[in-house]
Design a protein around this ligand. Structure first.
Ligand code: MG
Length: 378
């Protein structure tokens, strides 16, 4: 049973190239399946989220992070009566435009592009992947996804101005995206805040005391766990607490979003689009607690001494390879040579690097510059 404000697949603004309907899969289900079967999706397995494989094979990579976002998103969408298929599709595609080496790789690639008065943006790159780079179908380039999925990619965690991005005008930048898309910003945060606490603790970079001091929400729920299981090992108390943190964040999004929908008198997908602000949201109190976790992770994990070697090497590898291909464009693969007629070289080199996995880019680095003396990624 869909809520009156849920996206309606039968009212989709459709695909760029019209296709006959499938006998038993909806258009959003087909979009989800197209994403799962894409090359860019498979490459997520070998892209860093926060930790490289140097630490452990147990930690999240971009693919397992993506699956966690999809799981949390489906739960919330189902509870709110939203279209679960569209929500899942948007979760599965949300990080598909990320370059290798996580945040460090993204920053390094952006810095390379800024030297050419341009920039790297993972949402815009994701749109290019699904529109142009995935070549699987005889009738068209790209995956020919429905409007709502392409719109969700563009309206993820960022508002583009219509004046700066006239090429995105078709996505109606003055409208809010459907609730299914609004959720993904929140579930992405819930997934990585909790997962990074988990992996950071497991990597012995974050101590139990530090997490309790850094996150009052965690500290409060930890007390509850201690009352239940005073003799449990710390690791299990940590897990039990983290589970409650995740649950508290998810429950807050569900309840608060429902309240906001009722308060704003929202009765249709059109009401969602024209409402002056996004309706999916944490309560201000829980949002403040979410921000505390995020701030803590930045200070104690993302910018920690332990993860610095990875960052430095990621920046070096991206920068040196970018410069190498700028100076030796003939060394680019044939498919990228073809692109030279329509795009400037720096854009082509950027696209090439952005698509790479950690493994592949390190292999390229070794092939061109010889074995690195800093085997951080070994
Ligand atoms: Mg993400």
């Amino acid at each position: 049973m869909l809520a009156p404000y849920a996206a309606r697949v039968e009212q989709s603004r459709g695909r760029r190239h019209p296709e006959p309907p499938h006998p038993y899969r909806s258009d959003y289900q087909r979009d989800r399946d197209r994403i799962i079967h894409s090359r860019a999706f498979r490459r997520l397995e070998h892209k860093t989220q926060v930790f490289t494989r140097r630490y452990s094979d147990h930690f999240r990579n971009r693919l397992t992070h993506t699956i966690e976002v999809a799981q949390i998103s489906r739960t919330i969408a189902a509870r709110l009566g939203l279209d679960v298929d569209l929500t899942e599709t948007l979760a599965l595609v949300h990080d598909i435009g990320h370059p290798p080496f996580g945040h460090a790789g993204e920053k390094a690639l952006d810095a390379c592009m800024r030297a050419h008065d341009s920039y790297f943006d993972h949402n815009l790159h994701a749109l290019r992947i699904v529109e142009d780079f995935e070549i699987r179908y005889a009738a068209f380039r790209g995956l020919n996804l429905t409007f709502e999925v392409r719109e969700g990619i563009i309206k993820h965690s960022h508002d583009y101005s219509a004046a700066e991005h006239p090429e995105l005008a078709e996505y109606r930048l003055d409208e809010r995206p459907p609730l299914e898309a609004q959720l993904i910003d929140l579930t992405d945060e819930i997934a990585y805040n909790t997962a990074d606490l988990d992996d950071g603790f497991e990597a012995h970079i974050l101590s139990l005391d530090a997490v309790r001091a850094g996150s009052p929400l965690f500290a409060r729920l930890f007390e509850e766990v201690e009352r239940h299981w005073p003799d449990a090992p710390d690791k299990l108390k940590f897990n039990e607490t983290l589970k409650r943190v995740l649950d508290a964040l998810v429950t807050d999004v569900i309840e608060n979003t429902e309240r906001r929908i009722q308060g704003a008198d929202i009765w249709s997908p059109e009401d969602v689009r024209t409402h002056p602000e996004r309706l999916a949201a944490f309560t201000p109190r829980v949002d403040a607690e979410r921000k505390q976790i995020k701030k803590f992770l930045y200070e104690v994990l993302y910018y920690s001494d332990e993860l610095r070697p990875e960052k430095i090497q990621a920046e070096e590898v991206v920068r040196e390879l970018f410069n190498y291909w700028m100076e030796h464009p003939d060394a680019l693969p044939a498919s990228y040579q073809e692109q030279r007629e329509r795009d400037p070289l720096y854009r082509i080199v950027c696209d090439y690097i952005a698509g790479m996995t950690d493994r592949f880019i390190l292999g390229q680095y070794e092939e061109i510059f010889g074995k690195s003396d800093k085997p951080v990624f070994g």
